[in-house]
Design a protein around this ligand. Structure first.
Ligand code: HEC
Length: 143
């Protein structure tokens, strides 16, 4: 017996992932990343600045770039299990502070969801978020 709901779900998931792939453009993302470069560097020789180095950020626990003094809320989210994926960075960029607070609250750590992240930048535009993540991905082993 074929479960029609299951088939539709799988078809939807496949179409969804195809459209995500096609819609990401690392070259355009490099242009978007110029806005991030006020605070971040990426690449083999990158150094921490106002923000942490973003080389290898996809697949890394939040708040763990060596030598960077993170805000307590960013570190706490990592200790509560936040490991950056493409999807999570996509959700994070429009409102980093709200994202971290929600993450900690959902993990039952509302007591640590206080203060503010030092990431004072918001990127709302959906296409720009997709493209900049494609660019970040070119500097990460994890895809
Ligand atoms: C005005 C400075 C500034 C700009 C511009 C900025 N960031 Fe940040 N970002 C920070 C700081 C500071 C942190 C560390 C946050 C903390 O400690 O709370 C951070 C943290 C992050 C983190 C979490 C890193 C980790 O190791 O947990 C990611 C991902 C990130 N930024 C991505 C971006 C991207 C992508 C852009 C451009 C679209 C960008 N940021 C623009 C300052 C900035």
């Amino acid at each position: 017996m074929i479960n029609i709901k299951g088939v539709l779900f799988v078809a939807g998931a496949i179409l969804g992932s195809i459209s995500t792939c096609a819609a990401q453009d690392a070259t355009k993302g490099e242009q978007v990343f110029k806005q991030c470069m006020t605070c971040h560097r990426i690449g083999p020789d990158a150094k921490n600045m106002v923000g942490p180095v973003l080389t290898g950020v996809i697949g890394r626990q939040s708040g763990t770039t060596p030598g960077f003094a993170y805000s307590p809320i960013n570190k706490a989210a990592g200790e509560a299990g936040l490991v950056w994926t493409e999807d999570l960075i996509f959700e994070y960029l429009p409102d980093p502070n709200a994202f971290l607070k929600k993450f900690l609250t959902d993990k039952g750590k509302a007591d640590q969801a206080t203060g503010s992240t030092k990431m004072a930048f918001k990127l709302a535009n959906e296409q720009q978020r997709k493209d900049v993540i494609a660019y970040l991905k070119t500097f990460s082993d994890k895809k």
